[in-house]
Design a protein around this ligand. Sequence first.
Ligand SMILES: Cc1cc2nc3c(=O)[nH]c(=O)nc-3n(C[C@H](O)[C@H](O)[C@H](O)COP(=O)(O)OP(=O)(O)OC[C@H]3O[C@@H](n4cnc5c(N)ncnc54)[C@H](O)[C@@H]3O)c2cc1C
Length: 406
Amino acid sequence: MSDLAPADPGLAPADGEVSPDGWRHLLARALAGVPAGAPAPAVWRALGEAGVLRRLYRDGNALGPVVDPARLGDLLRTVDARGDNGATLSVLVQAASALPILGSGRSGGAGRSGGSGRSRTAAAAPSPVAAAHERVLAGSAQVALAATDEAAAGSDLSGLGTEVRFEDGGLVVHGGKRWVTNARSAEFLLVLARRRPGRHFTDFSWVLVPAATPGVTVRPAATDLLANAATGHIGFDSVRLPADHLVGANGRGMAVFARHMSTERLAGAQWAVALTGRVLADTRERLRGRTVDGEPLWHNPVVRRDFAECLVRVAQLRALSEDLAGTAAKGQNLSAGALLKSAVGLTADAVLARCAQLQGADGFAAGGAQTVRAEAAVLGIGGGVTELMLDSVADMSEQLLAELRT
Ligand SMILES: Cc1cc2nc3c(=O)[nH]c(=O)nc-3n(C[C@H](O)[C@H](O)[C@H](O)COP(=O)(O)OP(=O)(O)OC[C@H]3O[C@@H](n4cnc5c(N)ncnc54)[C@H](O)[C@@H]3O)c2cc1C
């Protein structure tokens, strides 16, 4: 990262056209000046100021911006290499789902997000949603995505209780969200709320709630894990907002969410590959240096076989994420996201548990392999638990089997 060339290879002006090498160079340069362990908002700001976030999304469809999957993978690998899982989770949730969902609610909905804000004329003031989107893209603010509800299990999303009512020409948001990444650092909260009773997918809408609005309270989640993700629980006590804080069309909340959850699931797989690869490399180095009766542990056949098994699992996950990247990023069908997130759940914990065991007592050091393993458990819980994903895979088994035969 220190031997940056003076010029950016393959980097064109602000139109977002960047070669793969130019993109990696841009990423490295963006984060080179951010000290290790810096607060996640500083990481986000650096990415925004360097133009990384503007160039992450290629084009859009009716449900909002579509991420460039290869760029997203590079972004997560670069952020993961900093070894701060809380910061990576913070970036992942914003880049893969919160920011695109916010982008889906700008006037006009679809379209390129790259560079649009800079060229905006003063003819019309941007809507609050467009203004928030611009601030988050620029890196000067963070956005939290608040879906998991106080009133229902996270695995029962359509049972959520937080409601949005139209009253006196404005909106009233009432309820509570829990375990929200960036809750304590975000200026903007993107809240999934019900607009009427029921479990139909048209019963829900997204609302943009500035965190400083009267009636909003944020409490830290009681955990030492993923500290830099600023996770918290959020209360909404009859929070009043102008009507233009509705994000996208009323009742499109679940449709937009489903589309972008596939991207978040792809991002989870990309992060899992980066994280497990990093921990495997560290474990291998330790095994090569650790001797028992004069022989490096790396030469022990049981150790080698277990290590190789882990490596094969990660290589399989990487192949699957590359295969499904385009489909997942476009949110074309739900099976890509379900397959990816199931595979992450089946891979990451098994690999990280074996690595932690192979590091012996050193794995218990502060921030060591045992902590990494506990933090990485979020990959099998956040955004949908592994069991629920496997349930979806079983539901779609007929279609998936047909695809295997073609
Ligand atoms: C660090 C962290 C960050 C998070 N960030 C966010 C965020 O930014 N925004 C947000 O909205 N939410 C966030 N979440 C919440 C997360 O999405 C939920 O925790 C998740 O959806 C699971 O919901 P739950 O915790 O209520 O578990 P439950 O739904 O209560 O499930 C508990 C357990 O029951 C089992 N189970 C559940 N369903 C099934 C099933 N169908 N079949 C078999 N077993 C099942 C599983 O073992 C599961 O772990 C975060 C969570 C964590 C831990």
